[in-house]
Each structure stands twice: as C-alpha cells, then as structure tokens.
Design a protein around this ligand. Structure first.
Ligand SMILES: Cc1cc2nc3c(=O)[nH]c(=O)nc-3n(C[C@H](O)[C@H](O)[C@H](O)COP(=O)(O)OP(=O)(O)OC[C@H]3O[C@@H](n4cnc5c(N)ncnc54)[C@H](O)[C@@H]3O)c2cc1C
Length: 283
C-alpha cells in the first residue's frame, strides 16, 4: 500500500471526510476543515506555545465527489477549493475512504494516511424501522413518499425532512437536500393539508432559498436561489452570520450570539476551552 505524501503525522494530524457515495449536499467537511485549519494557526498556537508550526499536523479533506461543495455553483466550488488550499488543507477529490483502523486511513486510490484522528462528515442515514416494507426505503434509507409526504405502502404514516424521499419533483430525483429548509417547508405543507387549509391536498414543491457555506473568517460562499447568481467573500460571510442569527429563537438569544461572535471576531479567541497538557506535578 502506497503512503499518501504526509511528512508530518501523529496525533495532531486531522482528517475530514466530506462525502461518500451518497450525493450529499452538506458543506460540513468544508466548513470544519477550514475552521480547524484557521484555529490551528491562531488559538492552538497560542495555547500550546511549545508546539512548532510544523508539529501542528496536516488536514486532509477526502471527498468522493470531483469537487468540494459539488451541489453548489462552480463559483462556490472554485472559491472554497482555493481558500482551503491557502489554509494548507489537502484536498483529495474523487477519492473514497475504505477503512480506518485507528492508526491509518485506507483510501480508494490505494494510498493511506497515517492519522489517529478521523472526523466523519459524510452525511446521515435515516433510521430503519421494523414494520415497513423493505421497498419503502430508498437512497440513504430515506422513506419513499408520494408528493404529499405519505409513505408508500403505508396508511396514515408521513415522513418529513431528512428522512423523506419525496417522489414527483423532477429537479430532485435523488431527494431534496438534507438541510433545514426542505424540512420546514414540508412540515408547513403537510400541516396545511391535514388542517384542510385548501380544498384539495397540495403536492409539496420545494422553494430553493439559496445556499450558504462558511469557509473561515471573512470567507463564505453564497448561491442565490436556483444558482442564478453566486458570490463569495466578506459580504457572503456577513450574510451567513445574519441568516444564522435570524434563525435563533428569540431576540435575547440573537443578541447574545451576536455579542459573543463579535467578541470572537475582535479578539480571535474564545473564553471557554479545555487545555490538555501533560501533568508535570511530582507525585
Ligand atoms: C453538523 C450539521 C450541520 C448542519 N448545518 C446546517 C446548516 O447550516 N443549514 C441547514 O439548513 N441545515 C444544516 N444541517 C442539516 C439540518 O440540521 C437538517 O437538515 C434538519 O435538522 C432536518 O430536520 P428534520 O426535522 O428532518 O430532522 P432533525 O432536525 O434531525 O430532527 C429529528 C428529531 O427526531 C428525533 N428522533 C430521532 N429518532 C427518534 C425516535 N425514534 N423517536 C423520537 N424522536 C426521534 C431526534 O432526536 C431529532 O430531534 C446540518 C446538520 C448537521 C448534522
């Protein structure tokens, strides 16, 4: 087995798996690898001054797709890849993780990476319940439903959100993205149908409100609905903050999050963390 070119290794190396065979839509691996790369250059260096820069280890982002953020626009993909590369994140695209034994990760290209740290961000798989016909489950074990969220081969059982694979939307033949908006919109549509707010039941239609992904400080990508327009950089990052703060439940928590984030932004630090060092006290 050929080793991946990895000069620095050991407990500090980190590996992020972004996606596998499922055509996952989430940018979790991209966001995590960018933010941890940024942390290692600031907070970790500050907390562990004894560490030399070359001892910090390396970050690999392994992705079964040909590009990062493959569900987003080409602009977003290129921007994210470029920024991650400037952070020093190694991008291994079109590569699958085959095995991990706690010491090294085996890749589908025949290479391996020595690491004790593996973060899996390859998406979710819905829970399989007994009592459903095996044919009720589709890709990613999501429950296949009709356009009204009613599970196939079942009476009076509805599936919504991440666990639902809704038929009839030609734009999403492999299911809607497993993000909050489809779940919210499906819940509202089904509630309206059950409460008989319209004369005939309305089929679910997903309204794409756009996508956002954060890569690091001042760096984010934004696709407008249906990818008609894409942007990146500081303004997208501000919009990411605004959207996530507005999603919080009440004014007090919105204000608290904004205040905390402003502090982190200015001081590039967090007040709460766990610092683990070897115990030097004599027994
Ligand atoms: C790390 C991460 C980051 C994400 N970031 C974003 C983001 O930035 N933007 C975005 O739009 N989406 C994001 N998502 C995706 C988003 O969280 C989901 O798409 C969304 O929560 C789906 O809603 P849901 O109601 O289908 O499922 P969930 O929110 O997962 O709710 C399912 C609920 O069912 C409960 N449950 C499970 N099993 C049982 C059981 N047997 N009995 C009773 N209850 C049960 C669970 O505890 C949970 O509360 C992220 C997801 C992850 C994991």
């Amino acid at each position: 087995m050929q080793k991946q070119n990895s000069k620095k290794k050991g407990f500090k190396s980190a590996l992020f798996i972004a996606r596998t065979a499922f055509k996952a839509q989430g940018p979790t691996g991209v966001e995590l690898s960018g933010i941890i790369a940024e942390l290692s250059g600031s907070v970790i260096m500050k907390d562990y001054p004894e560490l030399k820069e070359e001892e910090l280890g390396e970050i690999y982002l392994v992705d079964g797709q040909k590009a990062v953020l493959s569900s987003m626009s080409l602009h977003a993909q290129k921007y994210a890849a470029k920024k991650l590369a400037t952070y020093g994140v190694h991008l291994l695209m079109d590569t699958f993780v085959e095995d991990f034994d706690g010491e090294s990760v085996q890749l589908s290209n025949g290479k391996s990476i020595d690491t004790k740290n593996l973060i899996w961000a390859a998406g979710v798989q819905a829970k399989v319940f007994e009592g459903f016909y095996p044919d009720s489950f589709g890709l990613g074990k999501r429950l296949k439903t009709d356009p009204f969220n009613k599970v196939y081969f079942a009476d009076n059982i509805y599936a919504l959100g991440d666990c639902a694979l809704i038929a009839g939307d030609e734009n999403y033949p492999n299911g809607h993205p497993q993000v909050a908006q489809p779940a919210i919109q499906q819940a509202k549509n089904l509630a309206d149908n059950l409460l008989k707010k319209q004369e005939v039941w309305k089929a679910f239609g997903y309204k794409d409100k756009g996508s956002l992904a954060i890569i690091g400080r001042n760096k984010a990508v934004l696709d407008f609905p249906n990818q008609k327009y894409a942007m990146s950089g500081f303004l997208s990052w501000l919009i990411w903050i605004f959207v996530h703060i507005m999603g919080l439940v009440n004014f007090k928590s919105k204000l608290r999050a904004l205040y905390n984030w402003l502090g982190y932004y200015i001081y590039k630090d967090q007040s709460f963390r766990m610092i683990i060092k070897p115990n030097s006290r004599k027994k």
